[in-house]
Structures are given as structure tokens and as C-alpha cells.
Design a protein around this ligand. Structure first.
Ligand SMILES: [Zn+2]
Length: 255
């Protein structure tokens, strides 16, 4: 049994503290050390490892100060250059977090960055800036086809999987989703629920894979309404589902 605590950082990042019943904790994507150290003390958590999904500074900038206080292993992507990483992970690798019963499978999910990885285990997905609640990451280094394939890989996980992404972008993402699929009843219900959470200043995360498949347009590129929206957005009518994805992503960049 594991639990995750959201540590807000910067404007809209979440750093996740995933811990077991004995409070042994993995720190996921610590862009900033100070709020992490404060939360560890507040919740009486003992860090045993740092997990990194990709190299961006808002996910890695706090590693040094955390290691100065807690010299724990840092597990991160093999295909990105992150000097603090002590164990470089490849697709399909299974990791056992030291001195805990936590185990995760590593998934290669390129698109936002070229070597981005996600961690899946205990009905939990830690996916950094790949899949967001109601949306997906920008394509800084990868191609639309790469990101489409990464999201399809994530969509094949069990529907009950809890999705822990790294930013609170949900309201904006769902505004775009509603422009794509104005007649999606599940989406309208989700928007109402998310607006309520944000009015109370609560995180909208985690969601589930099932919820994302019903409401996130980037996981719905085969749906007729999503396809029709992509045709309206694109200069060239998209033919395949990955071209629908590319048209949506490009439109969202300017939304
Ligand atoms: Zn990023």
C-alpha cells in the first residue's frame, strides 16, 4: 500500500512524495528542494530515493540540496544527461526501491523530451510532463508520432491506474478539451468537478487512466468528434490517428 503527497512548487508544479506504510519515501521530480524538505519534516517521512522523469530544471533543480541533506540514490532516464542520476533506467526495467516493498516498471515515453520516462507500479503512474490531467505535454524534443505512441502506451495501462502528473494545468486543458468535444457528457461532468476542486484550492490530481480515456482529447484521436475538430484545425486534413494528434497538439499550443 502506498500513498502520495503533493508538494506544490513554483507556479504550478507538483513534486510527489510517494511513501509506504512505514513512511519510507521516494521523491519524484524535485525541481525545488525547500518545499520538499519542509514537507518531509512536516509529515515525518524518510526519503530513500529520488525518481526523475526527465531533465527539465523544474524537475531536477532541487536534487543537489536534497542529496546534501539525504544522500539517497537518484534513479532517472538512461537517455538524458542528468549528472546527479546514480542509476540510469531503460524501458521495461523493473526497479525495487531500496529498503521498501515499492516496485515500479520503467516506461519509455518520449515526446515532451527525447528520453522522458514514466514509472508504473502499485496502481500508480508517475508520468512527469507526458500525460497531464485532460491534456499532454508540449513537444519540446520529440515528434508528434513519438508522443502519440507514448500516450497510447500509457492508455493501455489498467483503467483504475492513478495518474500523477507534474503540473496543475487541468482547468486550461479541459477548456481546450471542451472546444474539441463540446458534446462529451463525461467531459462536462469532469469540468464541473475540477472547477469545484480549484475553487477550494485543492489539487485536481490524481486522475485515472479511465477518466483520461473518457475526457482527454489527446487519448481520443479515433473518436469521430475529435477527428472532426482536428480537420477543422488543420491546414491538411489529418488521415491517421497520429495526424489527428498532431493537429490537436499544434492547435493547443496556440489556444
Ligand atoms: Zn518538462
Amino acid at each position: 500500500m502506498i500513498n502520495a503527497i503533493a508538494v506544490p512548487a513554483f507556479r504550478d508544479n507538483y513534486i510527489w512524495l510517494v511513501h509506504d506504510a512505514a513512511n519510507r519515501t521516494v521523491i519524484v521530480d524535485p525541481g525545488d528542494a525547500q518545499p520538499v524538505l519542509a514537507a518531509l519534516a512536516h509529515h515525518a517521512l524518510t526519503p530513500v530515493a529520488v525518481l526523475i522523469t526527465h531533465h527539465h530544471h523544474d524537475h531536477t533543480g532541487g536534487i543537489g540540496d536534497i542529496l546534501a541533506r539525504y544522500p539517497v540514490p537518484v534513479l532517472g532516464p538512461a537517455r538524458e544527461s542528468i549528472p546527479a542520476v546514480t542509476r540510469r533506467l531503460n524501458d521495461g526495467e523493473r526497479i525495487c526501491v531500496p529498503s521498501t516493498s515499492m516496485e515500479f516498471t520503467v516506461l519509455d515515453v518520449p515526446g515532451h523530451t527525447a528520453g522522458h520516462i514514466a514509472f508504473f507500479g502499485h496502481n500508480t503512474l508517475l508520468c512527469g510532463d507526458t500525460l497531464f490531467a485532460g491534456g499532454c505535454g508540449r513537444l519540446f524534443e520529440g515528434t508528434p508520432v513519438q508522443m502519440y505512441c507514448s500516450l497510447q502506451k500509457i492508455a493501455r495501462l489498467p483503467e483504475t491506474t492513478k495518474v500523477y502528473c507534474a503540473h496543475e494545468y487541468t482547468e486550461d486543458n479541459l477548456r481546450f478539451a471542451a472546444a474539441v468535444e463540446p458534446n462529451n457528457a463525461d467531459l462536462r461532468a469532469r469540468i464541473a468537478a475540477v472547477n469545484q476542486l480549484r475553487r477550494n484550492n485543492l489539487p485536481t490530481i490524481p486522475s485515472t487512466i479511465g477518466e483520461e480515456k473518457r475526457t482527454n482529447p489527446f487519448l481520443r484521436c479515433d473518436e469521430p468528434d475529435v477527428r472532426a475538430a482536428a480537420i477543422a484545425f488543420a491546414d491538411m486534413p489529418p488521415e491517421s490517428a497520429d495526424q489527428v494528434f498532431a493537429a490537436l497538439r499544434s492547435r493547443k499550443d496556440r489556444f
